[in-house]
Design a protein around this ligand. Structure first.
Ligand SMILES: [Zn+2]
Ligand SMILES: [Zn+2]
Ligand SMILES: [Zn+2]
Length: 334
């Protein structure tokens, strides 16, 4: 059973997964994507037996579970960072806090086509992927052990992907992660002072400034943030205030799919198809954050390394001004 341990000084939790690896030679400096033939790829149709039994799928007739004909398929991660069965068993060991690393770790296979990337997919298919995120979040929300659900995507080896077949991942956690807690605290303080959501204020200001806008449609805005940690970091925000991604409706998904696609294609054009991470930050599950938190997607192309200075200080050195990167992205011909 993996262990969740809390650092007693800064309160940060870590997951210790002794079962996954552990021998020093198991660690390779840079993760490489395994290029598998489609006949060996566990995410390709016809190879459904190579994954754990599916949790959910959208498929055309015949509707046979674990058969082919699917458009989006969700399966448990074969090498989960957290385990779904069991009790949290919170313990204090003297000074230290620990609990069992209970959680869900799922893989959303975004397309049956081995070579498609999210950026190349028709927007209707991207919409299906977004619906799958929502369906899984609504289902896992019923489990009272979980306090946060993170959806993220690693695209390309340097960004942490190990299989090239396009997929994203979902992790349900029994604690609120530190980076989300920091956002939540900032949002709460702004709300107490001004009775406004800070992300709504950012939207208003950046829409009128215009200098950091990458793309826009009736429901969403994509901007480079004012103080980005990484070059070409981008945020996609719903224009209407909303704390919970999973409460989005048809209109939101119909508008999010094209702006996500456009953003990725602009990034691919300007940066020559980089590796990237995207993360979906939605409100914690049982927190009454509806008034002050605002869900968003952060997209971070993998262009720089986090090194000693960043680790030592929490400062990030970003060689590209967000106004400059936004201009490149906005003006790219796609
Ligand atoms: Zn494949
Ligand atoms: Zn808001
Ligand atoms: Zn965020």
């Amino acid at each position: 059973m993996p262990d969740l341990r809390r650092d007693p000084i800064v309160g940060r939790w870590v997951i210790i997964t002794t079962e996954r690896s552990g021998r020093p030679h198991d660690f390779i400096p840079v993760q490489a994507v395994r290029h598998l033939a489609t006949t060996l790829c566990p995410f390709c149709p016809g190879q459904e037996r190579l994954t754990p039994k599916e949790i959910m799928a959208y498929r055309l007739q015949p509707l046979e579970a674990n058969g082919p004909n699917w458009t989006v398929r969700v399966v448990p991660n074969k090498f989960p960072a957290l385990q779904v069965e069991g009790d949290l068993d919170r313990q204090g060991l003297g000074l230290y806090d620990r609990m069992n690393a209970i959680g869900a770790h799922e893989v959303i296979i975004e397309t049956p086509n081995h070579t498609d990337s999210l950026a190349d997919m028709p927007t209707k298919r991207i919409e299906d992927v977004l619906w799958a995120y929502r369906d899984r979040m609504l289902d896992l929300k019923k489990d009272i052990r979980f306090r946060y659900i993170l959806i993220f995507k690693n695209h390309g080896g340097p960004a942490g992907a190990t299989l090239e077949h396009s997929h994203s991942q979902l992790i349900a956690l029994p604690i609120i992660p530190t980076s989300v807690q920091e956002e939540l605290d900032g949002c709460r303080i702004h709300y107490i002072q001004k009775e406004r959501c800070i992300y709504c204020d950012i939207l208003r200001q950046d829409l009128s400034d215009g200098g950091r806008i990458v793309a826009e449609n009736s429901e969403f805005l994509c901007v480079t943030p004012y103080a980005p940690r990484f070059p070409f970091e981008m945020w996609i925000l719903p224009k209407r205030h909303a704390a919970y991604f999973e409460e989005s409706q048809k209109l939101q998904f119909e508008s999010l799919a094209p702006i996500l696609s456009e953003t990725l294609r602009r990034m691919d054009r300007v940066l020559a198809k980089p590796s990237y991470n995207f993360i979906l930050h939605s409100s914690p599950l049982h927190e009454k954050a509806g008034d002050f938190y605002h869900w968003h997607i952060e997209i971070i192309p993998k262009l720089t390394q986090v090194a000693g200075f960043e680790w030592g200080t929490g400062f990030y050195i970003n060689p590209v001004a967000p106004e400059e990167s936004a201009k490149f992205l906005r003006e790219a011909v796609i």
